[in-house]
Design a binder for this molecule. Structure first.
Ligand code: C2O
Ligand code: CU
Ligand code: CU
Length: 499
């Protein structure tokens, strides 16, 4: 048996013990040749035939029940994969769609053999409803998620958040889209109905029997777990027939660790109209857009000028983000222009009003040092455990510790400092939306989605990002963490309390 195989089969904890003799050597270097041996190099994507029609998840009004369960789903055309679902026969949960001001009343039944819960990513709701990593449902139990949604229109999402199981459960299929509508957005008459398309992009890895394979090796806890197969809305290599008109395409990067630099194969430009927390003030035209794990982008893509029969692919363009990502351009799905249409839509010059929080209103600045995450980092010893290679302010997550106490209603600036780090970290704050003030180092600029409300922000190697936020009145405990889900489960998460 080769060492690589041995590591794989012996489980990560055992693998670390086996390598203990060489641990100092490992701990002082993340060099690619050594990383590769334990997994953790770039995982190249395998493109398919783009012959599977794109499914659109069913709609839910936020009432009823969800049952986490082992089930099957056709991810690959003609094959059956073992996955996790919120309902029988389906990967991904329903798209919950409601108007701001509505109430969610959903019973979650846990029929898995591990604990689970639902975190409502991006929603500003009471602490006991939002899916804190310690608010979990043991196997066989159920919980009623009951809360009202009063925030602005936007595309939010939901996924499990039981500490230590988040990555595996999300990877295996538990995630869903949560769309909030409001009158302001309604008045814009954006493309809607079958012309408003949610795209949940996730990369998957499979066993020979097509079951989803979640088995990160040590190096993959470092880089995050990536798959060779890009799925959109739960299927590999799909296509969508489109009319000659504008489409509203709402993209969620629901991947554990993979970052995408979204583009179109003909290099056409498209308009960015919204971000994590809803519409931007004005559209911005781009021909590529970085989307990290957990982030969303609301796009208008105009297919009206193409000849019938034209194929245009949604692609990932290369980008710079450390050694394990961005090295390959690949196609993710195909749009085939297949029908004439008359389209009267024209993009409004103004979409929304966003009141910028003045920097002068902040009463406190907190620094979150995320540079020392990683094997090359200094800091505490985690012994023979696989845990704790990723830290924030030199700490790993401890549910019994409150790292930061903030006052309800206060405005603060939070700084994510990766200025000496060499891994990308999508940083996410629970239970709120923030505004990004600036980025220094690395790219040195804000990208279009960062001019709107955000709950997750990409902090690339060498970057320092400042965000400003006003804490709500929902008192209680929340977490701030890296949304690379392997980093998160590894402990790259701190707890704050709103008092
Ligand atoms: Cu989408 Cu705490 O996560
Ligand atoms: Cu969240
Ligand atoms: Cu990270």
């Amino acid at each position: 048996m080769e060492r690589r195989d041995f590591l794989r089969f012996s489980g990560m904890g055992a693998a670390y013990a086996l390598l203990a003799g060489s641990a100092p050597f490992l701990l002082t270097s993340c060099r690619k040749d050594r990383m590769m041996d334990m997994g953790g190099g770039p995982v190249n994507v395998i493109e398919g035939a783009f012959d599977f029609p794109l499914p659109i998840p069913a709609l839910s009004n936020g009432q009823g029940s969800l049952i986490t369960q082992n089930t099957t789903h056709s991810i690959f055309n003609g094959k059956v994969s073992k996955v996790l679902g919120y309902q029988a026969g389906s990967i991904l949960g329903p798209t919950i769609k409601l108007n701001s001001g509505s109430t969610v009343n959903l019973n979650l039944q846990n029929s898995l053999s591990d604990p689970t819960n639902i975190h409502w990513h991006g929603l500003v709701i009471p602490a006991n409803m939002e899916g804190h990593p310690e608010d979990i449902l043991q196997p066989g139990s159920s919980f009623n998620y009951n809360f009202s949604v009063s925030q602005r229109a936007g595309m939010y999402w939901y996924h499990p958040h039981p500490h230590g199981f988040t990555a595996k459960q999300t990877f295996k299929g538990l995630a869903g889209v949560f769309v909030v509508n409001d009158a302001e957005e309604q008045a814009l008459n954006l493309p809607s109905g079958i012309f408003e398309i949610p795209l949940v992009i996730q990369d998957k890895r499979i066993f020979p029997d097509y079951a989803l394979d979640y088995s990160p090796q040590m190096g993959e806890v470092m880089t995050g777990y990536m798959g060779q197969y890009i799925t959109v809305n739960g299927v590999y290599s799909p296509y969508l027939n489109v009319n000659k008109r504008n489409y509203r395409i709402r993209v969620l990067n629901g991947s554990n660790a993979r970052i995408y630099n979204i583009g179109l194969s003909n290099n056409a430009s498209f308009a960015v109209i919204g971000s994590d927390g809803g519409l931007l003030a004005a559209p911005q035209t781009v021909n590529s857009l970085i989307l990290g794990p957990g982030e969303r982008a609301d796009l208008i893509v105009d297919f009206s000028s193409y000849l019938l029969g034209t194929d245009i692919f949604l692609i990932n363009k290369t980008f710079s983000a450390g050694e394990a990502q961005g090295t390959q351009e690949f196609k993710m799905m195909k749009f085939t222009v297949s029908q004439n249409d008359t389209d009267t839509f024209s993009l409004p010059g103004t979409l929304s009003s966003i009141n910028l929080i003045p920097e002068s209103s902040a009463t406190k600045t907190r620094i979150f040092n995320i540079s020392n995450a990683g094997m090359g980092g200094h800091g505490g010893h985690s012994g023979m455990s696989m845990k704790g290679m990723h830290k924030i302010n030199d700490k790993i997550y401890d549910p019994n510790r409150i790292d930061d106490t903030v006052l309800a209603g206060a405005t603060e600036i939070w700084v994510f400092d990766n200025s000496t780090g060499d891994e990308p970290h999508p940083m996410h704050i629970h239970g709120m939306q923030f505004q990004v003030l600036d980025r220094t180092g690395g790219r040195n600029v804000l990208i279009p989605t960062e001019n709107g409300w955000k709950d997750t922000v990409m902090v690339m190697p060498k970057e320092k990002v400042r965000a400003i936020m006003t804490f709500h009145q929902n008192k209680g405990k929340y977490v701030v963490h890296c949304h690379n889900l392997e980093h998160e489960d590894d402990g790259m998460m701190l707890q704050f309390e709103v008092v």
